[in-house]
Design a protein around this ligand. Structure first.
Ligand code: UDP
Ligand code: MG
Length: 329
């Protein structure tokens, strides 16, 4: 089953940051402190680091990150050329980190995800898991809308045959082996939560509490969330296309029956005063056709983007230094 005994890993925390100036100083302190405590406890190796990914922030985020990295070599900063979105930002960070690390944990910059869960992530890693999923205990810190839409969304995803893990966002540990496998997936339409479970490595789930954001406000705008939701469905499942075929078949049978009824009426010489029926049928068919075209269009758009083989992110600058010992500071 497990092929080798694990050694204490070099752990990298990959932290995507988009306009997080209010929270950067606090989070960098908390994350570095956690890494140092884990190193001291002998749970992770001395070369472990916090790797920030600046996702094209328009505020002082990058400046603050560079300042932190100048003061403390435990921080590394990868800055992307523009705003590529959360998924691409963590992919960029993971792909950079796998060059140095044995294990990588992705975590949001706002400290909403309980950092103490790292201990359990590491336990599962040491037990031989290649992927460890952080799953939130409950959604009491979310508003009604986010809670409702999340429940609906995970239900729909499962219905469509996706393997997403309910209430797992992108707080997860991946081993070097899993990251190397992930690097083989070249898709532009990236939905890591759906993709990673399909890789099929031994994995584990760790539960954690979600806190309120430390500072600032959510960087996931409604439109960013809708895009992620849509990508999640269309990049993981072609079942909506199958449903269109099924719908088309049902409508076809229905229209056959209607035709027969109309013909019988005509033969019997009945005068059909069918304005309502005609309207309903034509509106219904028109609506179904447009909806189906829209769904097919989504997939055509996806194919179009994939065929371009564009890079998923472009790295502008990287700051990385060997860890200095900072015992006495
Ligand atoms: N983020 C990013 N690029 C974006 C949007 C968000 O890198 O285009 C980062 C953001 O800085 C944070 C994480 O993704 O570290 C999650 O975002 P946020 O906390 O705003 O989302 P929420 O918790 O509200 O879903
Ligand atoms: Mg957040």
């Amino acid at each position: 089953m497990m092929d080798k005994e694990r050694t204490i890993p070099v752990l990298y925390l990959v932290v995507p940051c988009y306009n997080e100036e209010e929270v950067i100083e606090k989070s960098s302190r908390v994350l570095a402190d956690k890494i140092r405590r884990l190193i001291q406890a002998g749970r992770i190796a001395a070369g472990s680091k916090v790797m920030f990914v600046n996702d094209g922030s328009k505020d002082r985020t990058l400046e603050l990150l560079h300042r932190a990295a100048a003061q403390d070599t435990i921080f590394s900063v990868v800055s992307l050329a523009g705003n590529y979105g959360h998924q691409s930002a963590i992919l960029a960070g993971m792909m950079m980190a796998r060059q140095y690390a044995d294990a990588v944990v992705t975590i949001d910059a706002d400290l909403q995800q309980d950092i103490e869960a790292l201990d359990k992530f590491l336990e599962s890693y040491m037990a031989g898991c290649e992927v460890v999923y952080g799953v939130r205990n409950d959604r009491h810190s979310d508003g009604m809308f986010k809670k409702g839409s999340a429940t609906l969304y995970y239900g729909l995803m499962h219905l469509l045959g996706s393997k997403v893990i309910t209430n797992h966002a992108d707080y997860r540990l991946m081993s070097k082996k899993a990251l190397d496998a992930l690097a083989e997936y070249k898709e532009t339409n990236l939905f890591l939560r759906g993709l990673i479970p399909t890789m099929g490595f031994p994995s584990d789930v760790v539960y954690f509490d979600v806190k309120a954001r430390e500072a600032g406000h959510s960087k996931y705008t409604l439109s960013k969330m809708m895009t992620l939701a849509m990508d999640g469905i269309t990049s993981m499942s072609t079942r909506p296309l199958r449903m269109i075929s099924a719908l088309g078949f049902v409508v076809f049978i229905f229209s056959c029956i209607m035709s027969v009824i109309s013909l019988v009426d005509w033969v019997q010489g009945k005068n059909v005063p069918g304005y309502t029926t005609t309207m309903i049928v034509s509106l219904l068919i028109g609506g179904i056709t447009l909806l189906s075209l829209g769904i097919i269009g989504e997939y055509v758009g996806k194919i179009y983007m994939e065929t371009k083989h564009r890079p998923r992110y472009i790295i502008d600058t990287v700051v990385w230094k060997e860890n200095e010992h900072k015992e006495d500071s």
